[in-house]
Design a protein around this ligand. Structure first.
Ligand SMILES: CC(=O)N[C@H]1[C@@H](OP(=O)(O)OP(=O)(O)OC[C@H]2O[C@@H](n3ccc(=O)[nH]c3=O)[C@H](O)[C@@H]2O)O[C@H](CO)[C@@H](O)[C@@H]1O[C@H](C)C(=O)N[C@@H](C)C(=O)N[C@H](CCC(=O)O)C(=O)O
Ligand SMILES: Nc1ncnc2c1ncn2[C@@H]1O[C@H](COP(=O)(O)OP(=O)(O)OP(=O)(O)O)[C@@H](O)[C@H]1O
Ligand SMILES: N[C@H](CCC[C@H](N)C(=O)O)C(=O)O
Ligand SMILES: [Mg+2]
Length: 521
């Protein structure tokens, strides 16, 4: 098996003029010959430039990429794409300039043109929503595989092409990287792709140049209010995916009130809509009925629009994973996958890294690693673990720095309402003071306790120590869940990423506790 190059060179290289031919307002400055310049790659990071690249200089939150145009030139960029403001700086690079009113919205179309529209060669399934995207994309991929399709995944835990893992930084890559990745997949003969579409991606237009065969919506609850002006702005970003330019079919969870708004709007815009109801609401096109929740997974009847009924299932516990499985199965059917294969493939997925992942080190209590990092995910997670916990339910959780500050007290409160014991700890503090982040989460937890929640709350900034404390107190029949970092392999503190793997730390804590002589008396 040859290794996947996530950023293949365009073959053939394309003339600059052709790449921007479809844009309405564009100026290529300098001599006519600049239009025929051969472009063989595309990036918006000067540090990643290779000879023959077009460098896209965008205005960022901290700097304008135009400041790095000269760096890009030194590494072999042959032209700079930028806006009027950037052009004033980028001109010093001596490179030909391509000037558009706004750079981000055109990146996807240029990338697609450079690689000859790779997404059109594959069945594209997109998924958005606050929680459940990664899980649902893995379940979808199970269905694609069961249908015999060579498939790929793009999302938070990375990119997978068949069985090969390709590292990725973001949930949804920036448009130039995304188009390159799709080209890499096409070269590997990938037939179908399940990909997460984050709200950042929709706001920035990262997926431009892709029209999904199916776009799915899971749910909308609070997150990312550092990036979006308000909740309505967050909703509008998500709603874009369900418009005619983005998708042919919308699969929408109408148990969620925002899902109902999306379904109505999509239908009014002429998008075909299939509504789904994990709780079995009779007015949904597809629904889950006779749901049987078990400690390791659940079974449910998949009921279709014509009343057809099939027993389906998912090997991940929690009612929310019935929702994810229903979303995956219905999306697969919408993409043309045989329903039997869709159901079997989804039911066959054994686990998703860091998503309600059991850790078994021979202990007599339940130990779980999960990626819950929003108030709703914490509530949902704890509500799912309560019925399988005979004893006490403990959660170790923290909040990320440089992200939505408003969600911190709500996360603390959700933990205090759902668990018996809460150990608040560091997540990725990033550039912020960890103690201030903890104070915000603790205030929310203490308020919840003052309002009647019965949890014991403590703060322990050191994450490994927090995990050890929760494990040390666990007795047969208890549950300890370590939430918020899931599959992540590092902890970012003050700009430095320290190796940290919740699953490994939790396992080691359990082994350490087991090796310790029992304290009696
Ligand atoms: C909020 C956000 O999305 N920010 C993105 C944005 O950063 P920015 O506006 O601060 O950029 P900047 O640092 O001012 O730099 C401006 C430009 O100069 C370029 N530059 C900068 C320095 C240099 O030496 N050379 C160079 O070319 C940068 O690549 C950028 O294009 O543009 C950068 C370049 O593409 C992104 O890396 C950066 O993503 C950051 C890392 C990020 O953390 N994004 C997260 C929040 C994100 O996108 N998350 C979503 C959702 C996650 C989920 O919930 O699932 C995701 O899809 O991953
Ligand atoms: N359908 C759902 N409804 C509510 N909570 C969910 C749902 N699915 C998963 N969760 C919770 O949210 C966490 C994150 O799930 P997942 O990684 O699948 O979501 P995501 O949308 O990809 O998140 P991110 O935006 O960070 O990439 C899980 O670990 C679980 O606790
Ligand atoms: N994709 C999400 C993940 C958050 C995970 C949590 N560990 C954190 O660092 O806040 C984000 O970047 O906002
Ligand atoms: Mg994700």
């Amino acid at each position: 098996m040859s290794e996947i190059d996530p950023r293949p060179r365009a073959v053939p290289a394309r003339p600059l003029g052709e790449l921007v031919a479809s844009l309405e307002q564009v100026r290529i400055l300098g001599p006519e010959a600049n239009r025929t310049l051969a472009i063989s790659g595309f990036t918006m990071d000067s540090r990643a430039v290779r000879p023959g690249d077009l460098y896209a200089a965008v205005p960022g939150a901290s700097v304008h990429g135009a400041q790095f145009a000269a760096d890009a030139a030194r590494l072999g960029a042959v032209a700079v794409l930028t806006d009027e403001q950037g052009a004033k700086t980028a001109v010093d690079s001596g490179l030909p300039l391509v000037v558009v009113p706004e750079v981000r919205p055109v990146l996807g179309r240029i990338g697609a043109a450079l690689y000859g529209h790779p997404a059109e060669a594959m069945t594209m399934l997109g998924i958005t929503g606050t929680n459940g995207k990664t899980t649902t994309s893995f379940l979808m991929e199970g269905g694609l595989r069961a249908a015999g399709l060579h498939s790929g995944i793009i999302g938070t835990t990375g990119t997978r092409v068949g069985d090969q893992a390709v590292k990725s930084v973001r949930t949804t890559p920036e448009a130039p990287d995304l188009q390159a990745l799709l080209e890499a997949m096409r070269r590997d003969s990938v037939e179908a792709v399940a990909m997460e579409v984050s709200s950042h991606a929709l706001a920035y237009g990262r997926t431009a140049g892709i029209r999904y065969k199916v776009a799915a919506f899971t749910n909308l609850t609070q997150d990312h209010l550092d990036f979006h002006a308000d909740f309505e702005d967050y909703f509008e970003a998500k709603a874009k995916l369900f418009t005619p330019g983005y998708t042919a079919l919308a699969v929408v969870n109408t148990d969620d009130p925002y899902g109902r708004r999306i379904a109505e709007r999509a239908a009014s815009l002429g998008v075909r809509v299939w509504t789904i109801s994990p709780s079995g609401a009779a007015d949904a096109d597809w629904r889950a009925e006779n749901t049987d929740l078990g400690p390791d997974g659940s079974g449910f009847d998949l009921v279709g629009p014509d009343g057809t009924r099939r027993r389906a299932g998912v090997r991940l516990p929690g009612a929310f994973n019935v929702a994810n499985a229903l979303t995956a199965v219905v999306s697969l059917i919408g993409a043309g996958v045989d329903p039997e294969a869709a159901v079997a493939g989804v039911a066959g997925v054994a686990g998703v890294p860091g998503r309600i992942q059991p850790i078994d080190a021979g202990q007599d209590f339940l130990a779980i690693v999960d990626y819950a990092h929003t108030p709703d995910a914490i509530s949902t997670l704890l509500a799912s673990l309560r019925p399988v916990t005979r004893g006490r339910l403990r959660i170790v959780v923290g909040c990320g720095g440089d992200r939505d500050r408003a969600k911190r007290p709500l996360m603390g409160a959700a933990a205090a309402r759902g668990a018996d014991e809460v150990v608040l700890t560091n997540d990725n503090p990033r550039s912020e003071d960890p103690l201030q982040i903890l104070a915000a989460a603790e205030a929310g937890a203490r308020d919840a306790v003052a309002a009647g929640a019965s949890a014991e709350v403590e703060v322990c900034a050191d994450r490994a120590e927090a995990i050890a404390r929760a494990v040390g107190r666990s007795e047969p029949g208890d549950t300890v869940v370590v939430a918020g970092k899931g599959h992540e392999q590092g902890q970012e503190i003050a700009g430095v990423i320290h190796p940290f793997d919740d699953a490994a730390v939790l396992r080691a804590a359990i082994q350490h506790a087991a090796a310790r002589p029992e304290v009696t008396g």
